[in-house]
Design a protein around this ligand. Structure first.
Ligand code: IFM
Length: 463
């Protein structure tokens, strides 16, 4: 037989037609005008005013000025041909005191935003809590307070009533582990507490707040609701038993903190031992109540953690070491295979839950002001290409992955780093508030247009 041709490499699967493609932001990171139209201050608003807490003493008082410029930002989403936009509600705009009297002008802002999105055919995905607790509630004790779950569920009910006629997709909490660890364990985020007993209790209260809100949603609204966690697969820094054990503990304390309770109705195995005398005892029935079924899980992925034993770290006795691979501007290792693993690990441990990647992206230095569009950002293009390939690989391995939201639509206020770290696929010049597309934005648009076919071509700037 003649003409023996080398078999063609099978072309990787395209993402399905109904795959959700979006971009994500959060209220405090982009909106600015934190007290406008009767809004109550958040814990971040106060924290930013404590000297030394935020890089260069910045505040988010202006951020991306999205509160006033949202039509321009909706137009960007349309230009990028994205079908969905994930944003969060500032609790204090809706309820300035955190409870009680709703604030019509604050609700009006989100009303207009939702309508503007829908008018362009962009589906709103709302996160109810992305870290900006009303300061009035912190004054009462914040998440540690036994009533915090009902405060949150009541606030959520106001949001469902106001926007639930048009918004189908809801997220209760963004990244409970960060709230627990940074806010109450390390004290680097507000309320700035370093208290082991408090951090364990806050984890429980947050999850109760999540589950109670899911129940309110079932009674009051229609659509889908889920929880967003940030996952970071842990690898041992060496093959020593100590490091292997440290990686296992770090995995439990971070990656299973919320998911074991939500899917199994009990605390993550081993966590109580790690906390020892600081572990608060809650009745089994309270843990069971946390396992209220959700419609989807949101996964935020940025990096893996290369982990070593560290006696002085509570509760894990583990810490991350400098990683072997190249890193982003935040020092986070770029490791796309761990993205696939984060997704397959969830499926293997918790079963076939529908998953959306609710954040993925990278901070790289871009200049403060630009005069070309698109702004070349080759490292971000390569990061996105490799991570979208990794997401596709997870689907190939059977993960029920239904959507992907890039973090972030815009450069924004990166918490304690202020505006010094840029995650946007759209550049923001903070002096003029001018938006400029980066090459990564156009690359992402091409991925969306081709349902991923473009991922197999070398992008411009591929080193
Ligand atoms: O900016 C944050 C976001 O608010 C939560 N997830 C991680 C992002 C990058 O640090």
């Amino acid at each position: 037989m003649s003409g023996t041709r080398a078999p063609e490499a099978p072309s990787p699967e395209l993402f399905p037609e109904d795959f959700v493609w979006g971009a994500a932001t959060s209220a405090h990171q982009i909106e600015g005008s934190p007290l406008a139209d009767g809004a109550g201050p958040s814990i971040w608003h106060h924290f930013e005013r404590i000297p030394g807490r935020i890089h260069d003493g910045e505040t988010a008082d202006i951020a991306c000025d999205h509160y006033r410029r949202f039509p321009e930002d909706v137009a960007l989403l349309e230009r990028l041909e994205l079908g969905a936009y994930r944003f969060s509600l500032a609790w204090g705009r809706i309820l300035p005191e955190g409870r009680g009297r709703p604030n019509a002008p604050g609700i009006g802002f989100y009303d207009r935003l939702v309508d503007a999105l829908l008018a362009k055919g962009i589906e709103p995905w709302i996160t109810l809590y992305h870290w900006d607790l009303p300061a009035a509630l912190q004054d009462r004790g914040g998440w540690i307070h036994p009533d915090s779950a009902s405060w949150f569920a009541d606030y959520a009910a106001v949001a469902f009533r106001a926007l639930g006629d048009r918004v189908r997709s809801w997220i209760t909490l963004n990244e409970p582990w960060v709230i627990v660890e940074a806010g109450h364990g390390q004290g680097t985020h507000p309320p700035g507490h370093r208290d082991p007993r408090e951090s364990a209790t806050v984890a429980f209260r947050l999850l109760r707040a999540h589950a109670d809100t899911v129940r309110v949603f079932r009674a009051e609204a229609r659509g889908q609701i889920g929880l967003v966690v940030n996952l970071e697969p842990k690898d041992p820094a060496s093959r020593s038993t100590e490091d292997l054990d440290a990686a296992r503990r770090a995995d439990i304390a971070m990656n299973r903190l919320a998911l074991d309770p939500v899917f199994f109705g009990r605390p993550a195995d081993g966590l109580a031992d790690m906390y020892g005398e600081y572990w608060p005892r809650f009745p089994d029935a309270d843990w069971t109540a946390i396992a209220e079924p959700i419609d989807f899980l949101g996964v935020n992925y940025y990096s893996r953690g290369v982990t070593t034993h560290a006696d002085d770290k509570f509760p894990t006795r583990a810490c991350s070491v400098e990683p072997p691979g190249s890193v982003t501007d935040l020092g986070w290792e770029i490791h796309a295979p761990s993205f696939t693993r984060a997704l397959t690990d969830v499926r293997d441990r918790y079963g076939d839950v529908p998953i959306y990647v609710t954040e993925n992206g990278a901070a790289f230095p871009d200049p403060p002001a630009v005069d070309v569009e698109p702004l070349p950002d080759p490292r971000r293009v390569v990061y996105l290409r490799d991570h979208l390939r990794a997401a596709r690989e997870a689907r190939r391995r059977g993960v029920d992955l239904r959507g992907y939201f890039v973090w972030s639509l815009l450069d924004n206020f990166e918490w304690t780093h202020g505006t010094s770290k840029r995650f946007g696929i759209v550049h923001v010049d903070y002096a003029t508030q001018r938006r400029t597309l980066k090459e990564s934005a156009l690359f992402y648009r091409d991925v969306v247009r081709t349902r991923g076919a473009v991922l197999d071509a070398a992008p411009r700037g591929d080193p």
